[in-house]
Write a protein that binds this ligand. Structure first.
Ligand SMILES: [Ca+2]
Length: 482
């Protein structure tokens, strides 16, 4: 009898524990989402892709994240800041949203109100949404992150080259407005905090990290699932390490900067652990486009503020159609759901994160518009080995540069770097990426079957653009498709 009584007690205890565990699992049904988004950060920079020590500084935190998550070697983006961020936020090719190229003029640009961003998608599902860093999707009234689903934002509306302006001859007499660091909350016009100048340039990412950690803390206190979007600035020109890291590696400013961003990534991961939310947090580390390529002789800034980034084995830098522009480092971690230490060379595009995260968080994808992204939740959670994406269209600005399909690249146009001439070809050039990661040897003949297979997606894309005309660049609000 005594034994039976103890067994009964044990059973009751087990049932109680099961109930507590299942309640905890239910109450945490919506996983937090963190996206750490580097700027102009090439495939070859992190240790997990062969960078790190070969670039002058180890990246133990990036490498640890890769060990704990899934690493993609064929994660692709658009090749400039603005289009890449547009595609990430909307799940749509940037050409659809009128954001194919970085804005050069002073006029209205960015996302119209009609677009549904990742922040709006998650906000509609009860998420707290915070963004800390560079937006580059509009810098006029109604176009700030806090107009596009973010509850709060601290950062810069445009890009970081603008931090040099007040130091450059002639700017003060131009009549142009300086760029400001801004702070805003949903429903209010963001306030200007300070001019974005070279004095603050090395310091900003420290502040972004602190504010990001504070946002996570507050969201956990409020018992709200959160979306943290952290588009860092440090690795974009001018690349200036924080004083705490300047000279630390002994291997130059870029290696100092690698140490810095790796250290910040470690702080973020530790914060997630400390808050007890590691198992309920999807943590993504990636970048907007391939590496910077600043020719030292073409600028009056110094070697200290300019870097030649690394795309690893791939050809090209940002503003080209080559793999170096398109493929960026990528890791996604979600303990017990995404297989730790897994690696895949399946093709994935930044646009795919929108529907994939929608599925993983139980959020809704808008049905009244074309979404180019593919829901890859089965792929990310190891239910299938295939991503479901065979390829995508390669734009460079408004120009259709080519098509990627499986291990093949078909190029109609090419340019070597952001500041070189563009070559157009009457017959497209074809590269086999397995044989030729540098995209030098045109093998169109005898592989003329490849265009037949590869161009199907381009035909579909062109028909889709005809049926759903893109939003014009510079379109003002309000906008509704006709
Ligand atoms: Ca960029």
């Amino acid at each position: 009898m005594q034994l039976n009584y103890e067994v009964m007690q044990l059973k009751t205890l087990i049932i109680t524990i099961c109930l507590i565990v299942s309640f905890a699992a239910r109450s945490q049904n919506k996983p937090n989402v963190v996206i750490v988004f580097m700027d102009n950060f090439g495939w070859g920079e992190p240790g997990f892709n062969g960078g790190g020590i070969t670039r002058g500084a180890e990246t133990p935190q990036m490498d640890k994240l890769a060990d704990e998550g899934m690493r993609l070697t064929n994660f692709n983006v658009e090749v400039q800041c603005t289009p890449s961020r547009s595609a990430l936020m909307t799940g749509r090719y940037a050409v659809r949203s009128g954001n194919s190229t970085v804005p050069m003029g002073e006029g209205v640009y960015g996302l119209v109100q009609w677009e549904v961003t990742m922040a709006e998608m998650l906000s509609n599902n009860g998420y707290a949404t915070g963004m800390f860093g560079k937006w580059h999707l509009g810098r006029t009234e109604g176009r700030f992150p806090t107009d596009q689903g973010f509850d709060e934002w601290y950062g810069v509306p445009n890009s970081t080259d603008e931090s040099t302006y007040s130091s450059l001859e002639g700017f003060d007499k131009s009549g142009l407005n300086e760029s400001y660091v801004m702070n805003g909350t949903k429903g209010n016009t963001p306030e200007k905090i300070r001019p974005y100048r070279l004095d603050y340039r090395p310091l900003i990412d420290r502040d972004l990290t602190d504010k990001a950690m504070d946002f996570m803390e507050r969201s956990v206190e409020d018992k709200k699932p959160f979306f943290l979007y952290l588009p860092y600035t440090a690795t974009h020109f001018p690349t200036m390490p924080h004083p705490a890291f300047k000279g630390k590696s002994g291997n130059g400013a870029w290696a100092d900067l690698l140490m810095q961003i790796d250290s910040y990534l470690g702080e973020l991961q530790n914060k997630v652990k400390e808050l007890g939310i590691e198992e309920n947090t999807i943590f993504v580390f990636t970048a907007d486009n391939g590496p910077e390529a600043i020719n030292y002789n073409s600028t009056n800034l110094t070697v200290e503020t300019s870097i030649q980034g690394s795309a690893g084995p791939w050809r090209g830098t940002l503003f080209t159609g080559f793999e170096g522009a398109l493929r960026v480092p990528f890791v996604i971690k979600w303990p017990n759901v995404i297989k730790a230490g897994s690696v895949s060379n399946e093709i994935v595009h930044a646009m795919d994160l929108f529907p994939t995260l929608a599925n993983l968080t139980g959020s809704s994808v808008p049905e009244d518009r074309v979404i180019d992204g593919i829901d890859m939740s089965s792929f990310f959670t190891n239910k299938t080995e295939e991503s479901g994406r065979d390829g995508f269209i390669v734009y460079m600005g408004n120009d259709l540069f080519g098509v990627k399909w499986k291990n093949w690249k078909l190029h109609f146009e090419e340019q070597e770097a952001w500041n070189t001439v563009k070559n157009s070809y009457t017959m497209p050039r074809l590269y086999n990426l397995y044989d030729d990661p540098q995209e030098r040897n045109n093998v169109l003949f005898p592989h003329t079957w490849v265009p037949k297979a590869a161009l199907k997606q381009l035909e579909e894309h062109i028909i889709s653009l005809k049926q759903n005309p893109p939003i014009p660049t510079g379109q003002s609000d309000p906008y509704e498709p006709k």
